[in-house]
Design a protein around this ligand. Structure first.
Ligand code: ATP
Ligand code: MG
Length: 837
């Protein structure tokens, strides 16, 4: 099981993984930990991440960026319409009403949904995690802005499925950061003590989010969140872009705003300038060569001027800060720390405003870019059974209040009820009781549309089906469970019908009178709701996300619903699960999602094939350059002049071919071309390698020969160290040594006479084989241990010091000679080279 956390940023994404050493943010194939949220489509493949970023200007119409906020939004959504003019790519309305991204891909016009596009980005991030972990990745935790509505969350969930990921939790970005902050803190207050209150501020490229959290040992609770989803780094860039558009327009008479390419270039330069101004308060230049109509432009800006221009933007920093404190009913003095993250908090004026509001220095203990991804990986590790993580419970919240409305025949009209007020703890489940004879529909909606950053407050309709009256014709009690799950998504997750069975004849059945009175009316008994609220803690979610306390609720119902006189009635109840049909306003159907999954698979395959084709082409090109270079240098003397000239000619032809007919060929054509060249180049390369390696191989053989000759010599001199060897064996060694020496001398002589442009008479591997053969024959003989001699008692100590006894017992054979004064210096040096098999 993989433990992966993904920060799907508007501009840049990060992937963190859990490994034995802890949580680590991993780098992509460019050794960069940040992967641009960018996808480019080409005639043969897609480029995702850094490769796509490089095409923002060159392939502007088919390069998508800034799509995070189109998630789950209709084409007619005011946000989408407002974004349209600033994008180089085309947005269209899909038949479903959703926003489509129109691009040319594989030389065809294609429209992709936001889920597909984010799915593509996730495919890339998944691959990054896979190459870091060296195993397939499926399970992960993905972060979304805390203000994302149901539709946006569902859309991201669909995207994870398209990428073949199993998202264990969609976590709010600020909550992920709070987790990354709290889990390592050893000094948090004990559970019964006053919690430590920390404010987290994240200003990224597109949005500004603030949360206030309460920490106690082993737990974190999000108390409130506030946001301004359109304040972020890009708004600051836009200020600069507008300024320079006007400036350059006047100075150089250019109409920039209607020209997307210069506009994109200007935006890139302005972002660089903005970053430079964070570190430097002096006047800084902005120069762009051949900006438009072959005109070079230049201008300048300083921090003071920039801040002045951004005044209205900067004024939007304080309200969310104030809002979280108000919502959580906290005073500034209650705040222990203000942690800031997100790239745009590096703008000095942004930081100053936060500092000014709280009246204290902000902390930057978290990695401003990677904290979200790290928090996600930590959450994934907590949810993963494969990882042991410190106990840490996270209680998040519902960002917008959620209500239900339904048709109430009893009241002859619509009834409604707020089921989750704003800032209610999440994940959370509640059980509601209805009395009905027929199937009915619950309409869920966000009840404060003004606060909502989304045009449609509907969360969809939930049809509770198969509701039937009781046997006596009265209304049935229907228990409906509503919940906000771990992803922050609302649902009517289950419904059950309580059947009442009479057990004693003649006695009044339960609830008849009562149900008649309450008929068709939902029982919004707040006392009851409270008792049945069922917060799904981390641990519960881990073991069984769908766990329900149905039986418990049943008992409680009896208590609350039965009129006093019914208490005596002998009745038995049982529950029957009811199917629920859900019609969310935006939901990709299962079939369509499957099709998207399949299409993503095809595109991945297409990218892979194209990569292999390009790699094959590059291999030919590389070989041409490498060979041409080496034929005139290190390989020169290993090929005769004629062959060299014709080979060089062939390499040149190949190079030309690569720019002409060979520009766009199939992978196999490149493989064949490379093989053709290698047929010519390989023998030269081999002769060179042999020439380089042969002397060492001969030297090794020579060393072995010398070593055994020394042993023979010592034996013949009757040196004590070898006096236990069998003369016949030594004879064998001598023969082998002589034969090897003769073989070596012969080969060396022949090779010496051989021209370097001709294949060698002896291959290095033959020499190595000869060495091995010699060692194999001689080594067991010369390393034969000396038989153990029991020294006389008084001499024992001296014997031990002198070594032969020791050396024999340690089984190292000739190394024993190291302890013999006359042989130590030589054999001691040589013998470690021996190949003892
Ligand atoms: P979001 O959180 O909105 O989804 P994101 O996570 O991609 O977006 P970040 O990576 O946190 O955003 O921040 C990117 C923004 O921070 C960009 O606007 C970038 O220009 C800005 N930024 C990064 N470094 C600096 C700096 N040194 N000075 C000013 N701005 C900076
Ligand atoms: Mg971010």
């Amino acid at each position: 099981m993989s433990v992966v956390g993904i920060d799907l940023g508007f501009q840049s994404c990060y992937v963190a993984v859990a490994r034995a050493g802890g949580i680590e943010t991993v780098a992509n194939e460019y050794s960069d930990r940040s992967t641009p949220a960018c996808i480019s489509f080409g005639p043969k493949s897609r480029a995702i991440g850094a490769a796509a970023k490089g095409q923002v200007i060159s392939n502007a119409k088919n390069t998508l960026q800034g799509f995070k906020r189109f998630q789950g939004r209709a084409y007619t959504d005011p946000f989408v319409q407002a974004e349209k003019p600033g994008n180089a790519y085309e947005l269209v309305e899909l038949p479903t009403g959703a926003t489509g991204f129109k691009v040319m891909y594989l030389e065809e016009e294609r429209c992709f949904t936001a889920e597909q596009i984010t799915g593509m980005l996730l495919t890339k991030l998944k691959e990054t995690a896979e190459s870091a972990l060296k195993k397939p990745v499926v399970d992960c935790v993905v972060a979304v802005p805390c203000f994302f509505t149901d539709a946006e969350r569902r859309s991201v969930m669909d995207a994870t499925q398209i990428a073949g990921l199993n998202c264990l939790r969609l976590i709010n970005e600020t909550t992920a950061v709070a987790l990354a902050y709290g889990i390592y803190k050893q000094d948090l207050p004990a559970p019964e003590e006053k919690p430590r209150i920390v404010v987290f501020v994240d200003m990224g490229h597109s949005a500004y989010q603030v949360s206030v959290c309460a920490f106690n040992k082993g737990k974190l609770k999000v108390l409130a969140t506030a946001f301004d989803p359109s304040v972020g780094g890009r708004k600051f860039d836009e200020v600069l872009v507008s300024y320079f558009c006007e400036e350059f327009g006047k100075k150089y008479k250019l109409e920039i705003k209607s020209n997307i390419r210069p506009l994109l270039r200007l935006a890139q330069e302005c972002e660089k300038l903005k970053k430079l101004m964070s570190a430097n308060a002096s006047e800084l230049p902005l120069n762009i060569e051949c900006f438009m109509n072959d005109v070079d432009v230049s201008g300048s800006m300083n921090r003071g001027h920039f801040e002045e221009m951004c005044d209205s933007l900067l004024a939007r920093i304080e309200p969310p800060l104030r809002s979280v404190l108000e919502q959580a009913k906290l005073k500034k003095e209650d705040i222990y720390a203000v942690e800031i993250i997100g790239g745009a908090t590096r703008i000095p004026a942004v930081k100053e405003r936060i500092v000014k509001y709280f009246g204290k220095e902000v902390s930057t203990t978290l990695n401003a870019d990677e904290a979200v991804a790290r928090g996600c990986a930590l959450q994934c590790a907590i949810l993963s059974p494969a990882f042991k993580v410190r106990e840490f419970s996270i209680t998040d919240l519902v960002p917008y209040s959620i209500s239900l409305k339904w048709n109430s025949p009893a009241e002859e009209g619509l009834s409604d009820c707020e089921v989750f007020p704003k800032n209610h703890a999440a994940p959370f489940s509640k059980v509601l009781t209805f009395y009905r004879k027929d199937p009915f529909t619950l309409d869920a909606y966000y009840s404060t549309p003004k606060e909502l950053l989304y045009p449609d407050p509907s969360l969809g309709q939930f049809h509770v089906q198969k509701v039937i009256p009781q046997a006596d014709g009265s209304s049935s009690k229907v228990k409906v469970k509503v919940r906000v799950n771990v992803h922050g998504i609302f649902s009517v997750s289950s419904a059950s019908l309580v059947e009442v069975h009479k057990v004693e004849e003649g006695e009044e059945p339960m609830e008849t009178d009562q149900t008649a009175k309450e008929e068709e009316k939902m029982q919004v008994d707040h006392e009851e709701l409270k008792t049945e609220e069922n917060q799904q803690t981390q641990a519960e979610t881990k073991s069984n996300p769908d766990e329900m306390e149905t039986s418990q609720s049943g008992t409680k119902d009896k208590k609350t619903d039965q009129p006093p006189q019914a208490k005596k009635a002998k009745v038995k109840t049982s529950t029957v699960d009811l199917p629920i049909d859900h019609y969310p306003p935006w939901q990709i159907g299962r079939d369509v999602l499957n099709l998207f999954v399949e299409n993503e698979g095809k595109m991945i395959m297409q990218d892979k094939l194209e990569k292999e084709r390009i790699d094959a082409k590059n291999a030919v090109e590389e070989y041409v350059y490498e060979m041409r270079d080496k034929l005139c240098s290190i390989y020169e003397k290993f090929v005769c002049e004629d062959d060299r000239n014709s080979f060089i000619l062939k390499l040149e032809d190949t190079e030309n071919w690569l720019y002409e007919d060979g520009e766009d060929q199939s992978k196999q054509v490149y493989i064949d071309k490379l093989n053709d060249l290698k047929n010519l180049g390989q023998p030269i390369q081999t002769r060179y390698q042999e020439f380089e390696e042969r002397p060492k191989a001969f030297e090794e053989l020579g060393k072995q020969i010398q070593l055994y000759m020394k042993v023979i010599h010592a034996f013949k001199k009757k040196e004590e160290i070898y006096d236990h060897l069998d003369p016949a064996d030594v004879d064998k060694v001598e023969k082998s040594v002589n034969e090897a020496m003769e073989w070596m001398n012969n080969k060396m002589n022949l090779q010496h006479k051989q021209d370097l442009t001709i294949d060698p008479v002896v291959k290095t591997k033959d020499i190595q084989a000869k060495t091995k053969e010699l060692t194999f024959t001689c080594n067991p003989i010369v390393t034969k241990p000396k038989p153990k001699v029991e020294p006389p008692k008084e001499e024992q100590q001296a014997g031990e010091q002198n070594g032969p006894v020791d050396s024999n017992t340690n089984g190292q054979g000739p190394q024993a000679a190291e302890q013999s004064p006359d042989t130590a210096s030589e054999t001691g040096k040589k013998l470690p080279d021996m190949d003892i098999e």
